[in-house]
Write a protein that binds this ligand. Structure first.
Ligand code: NAD
Length: 284
């Protein structure tokens, strides 16, 4: 396929590289002038979107996505599928779908989980929203860049799934940190708590796979000085998106709201640039 790729940052660059490796013809643009081996560089987003079978965006936020779509949708070829893999607010995702639909283009919102490591290894999980036809067109590319793609529903369903998942993750990580911090004050070793919780009703990904205490459980950022991993700043971004979405449909998410407050305090303090599991140090 001929693919345009816009946004070649920490995630976009390795994703584009995997498409090249799989034999696709990729043209790329990043406003910061980033280039990727094997990806033909062009001077604008519109140029990258012209004459392609698929156009993928991997951008920082919804405002940037909307402005890039204003440029690239008019340039898109009829029959092309536009795939947005950025994590953005649900309203911006739906606005991008609407712009594409007005031009007769297929579109998918397909945020990812798996981080920079998953992007490099081609093991991302895609959560997708859009028509069945659009999803089917994008699926072969998801197979290259990832290990699993779930079609979650119509326009915006991918972003909805992503923020619900990450809201739960933020809450569960704070819960795991609280439990280990309390155990320490009670004189209970972290290893003992891990051995119990990881096989009991409190088990969850934040404890079993990504334990916030060093030397306990499988290797995690805690064993590496809390180098991300998944940065606290990105967790805060996703928690804010969850609260924006909750407000827009008047959903009650008191734990999500508190998690957003705690991560905001953490990032304003010494959490910026650290893994989100370093929250345990703040609680201690
Ligand atoms: P990044 O900041 O490294 O990359 C974004 C890129 O977009 C940058 O290179 C920037 O120059 C480029 N860009 C900005 N405006 C542009 C424009 N108008 N035209 C072209 N390019 C433009 O961020 P990232 O870590 O690659 O994340 C990208 C998206 O993926 C974000 O929405 C993020 O929330 C999401 N995400 C990131 C991770 C992660 O672990 N990094 C994990 C899951 C999801």
């Amino acid at each position: 396929m001929k693919i345009g790729f816009i946004g070649l940052g920490n995630m976009g660059a390795p994703m584009a590289a995997n498409l090249v490796k799989a034999g696709h013809e990729v043209t790329g643009f990043d406003v910061a002038g980033i280039t990727v081996d094997g990806v033909a560089a062009v001077a604008s987003a519109a140029e990258a979107a012209t004459g392609q079978d698929a156009v993928i965006t991997m951008l920082p936020n919804g405002d940037i996505l909307r402005s890039v779509y204003t440029e690239i949708v008019p340039a898109g070829d009829k029959g092309a599928v536009f795939i947005d893999c950025s994590t953005v607010d649900v309203d911006s995702a739906r606005a991008a779908h609407a712009m594409a639909a007005d031009k007769g283009l297929l579109s998918v919102d397909a945020p990812v989980s798996g981080g920079v490591g998953g992007a490099a290894a081609g093991t991302l999980t895609f959560m997708a929203g859009g028509s069945a036809e659009a999803f089917a067109r994008a699926a072969p590319l998801f197979e290259i860049m990832g290990r699993k793609a779930v079609h979650c529903g119509d326009a915006g369903a991918g972003q909805s799934a992503k923020i619900c998942n990450n809201m739960l993750l933020g809450i569960s990580m704070i819960g795991a940190c609280e439990a280990f911090a309390l155990a320490e004050k009670l004189g209970l070793s972290a290893q003992s708590l891990f051995d119990v919780v990881s096989t009991s009703s409190g088990s969850c990904w934040s404890v079993n796979t990504y334990c916030p205490v060093p030397g306990v459980g499988p290797e995690s950022p805690a064993d590496n000085g809390y180098k991300p991993g998944f940065a606290a700043d990105l967790m805060l971004k996703d928690l804010k998106l969850s609260q924006q979405a909750a407000a827009s449909v008047m959903a009650k998410t008191p734990m999500g709201a508190r998690a957003a407050e705690l991560y905001a305090e953490f990032v304003e303090g010494d959490g910026k640039g650290r893994d989100f599991s370093a929250m345990i140090e703040q609680l201690k």
